[in-house]
Design a protein around this ligand. Sequence first.
Ligand code: HDL
Ligand code: ZN
Length: 411
Amino acid sequence: MEEQSLSRIVESKVASVAITDMHTHLFPPSFGSLQMSGANHVLTYHYLIAEAFRTGATDPKAFWKLSTSAQADWIYHRLFQEMSPLSEAASGVVEIARQFSVNLQVDGLLGLRGALSEDANDEYIDRILKMAGVDNVVMTNDPFDPVERGYWENKTPLNPHFVPALRLDPLVNQWTQAASTLSSLGYRVSPEFQDGRVVEVRRFLEDWVNRMAPVYLAISLPDSFDFPDLSVRSRLLEAVILPLCRQHKLPLALMIGAKRQVNPSLGPAGDSTGKAAMTPLENLCRDFPDNKFLVSLLSRENQHELIVTARKFGNLMPFGCWWFLNTDTLVEEIMRMRVELIGPTFIAQHSDARVLEHLIYKWARTRRVVARVLVDKYQKLAKVGWTVDSARIEADVKALFQQNFWDFASR
Ligand code: HDL
Ligand code: ZN
């Protein structure tokens, strides 16, 4: 197949592949107050808040007192009117606007507010998913959030495109507060973690696995994460979480390297990144061979060693270019490293979208970058006489954007 048609086929397969977005913070319309969409939420994405605060000119306390609409106005003024929206997140807003035939430079924020919808219904959801080419979004479901807990306890119906994932950060990272929440919910645990009460923590998790039917369990971990050690976290992992995942054949997603609240005045924008050690991950993958680990690391400096570790352990599935890594430059760098070291055996990306319309630019970008890398790799193969047909390219692309995830989850 000559070079031109090869790249045309690769580009069209990547452009058309239906995506499973395996980590987002999105919610269906039935989860009311938790569902985020519309121009004000697009503009007050915490990525843009952090960037706008860099321009100075406001006291964080004053900003947080503003309405979402006033916050959006200020961010728009600082990042779009007083400078060019060159960053990944700012240019993403321009790309969202264009998909809605809004020319921000002419129609302004008012035009975007008129085109997007803050009160998304299932029809709007379907429209955006179609624009982004996404057929499933995996949520981040936190039973320790009283608002979200209420929706689950009331058996709130789920739009079928939304897939639950049970997130356990409070249990694993803030045991003392989690223990008092569990006690208030009728689970007999105490702030001093006693191995004897492990059964009650297990009962709590079993209840939520039955209530949510999650596709995986997930925890984010600091850059300082160690395992094994004498921490409550290690004991919960070993005595409760890993056995439960094995029994239900559920992967455990480990998102490692988040340094929470390095600047609390920025609120949700106040987290940063730190390089994690790989030994804890090696210990987990080696000592728990019947557990499946979906892994994403936040530090760019961890990416190469994560892929090497994935070469050592088939029960480690690297996924996505997380948060500060979701930029054209770093997605390309990480995609190339992964293909070159482990072939098409990983999960190319997740959006981490918090606002529905974010899906549009995040996936358009990823598709463009992944297509560029794959064209290069297939052309290199062709130069040494290996030919691929359209069906094989389609299968490789589908593996990277959804099949590797579902196969790993159901393994
Ligand atoms: O812990 C996480 O799941 C992170 O993705 C955080 O939610 C982070 O604030 C984020 O939105 N990253 O994109
Ligand atoms: Zn996230």
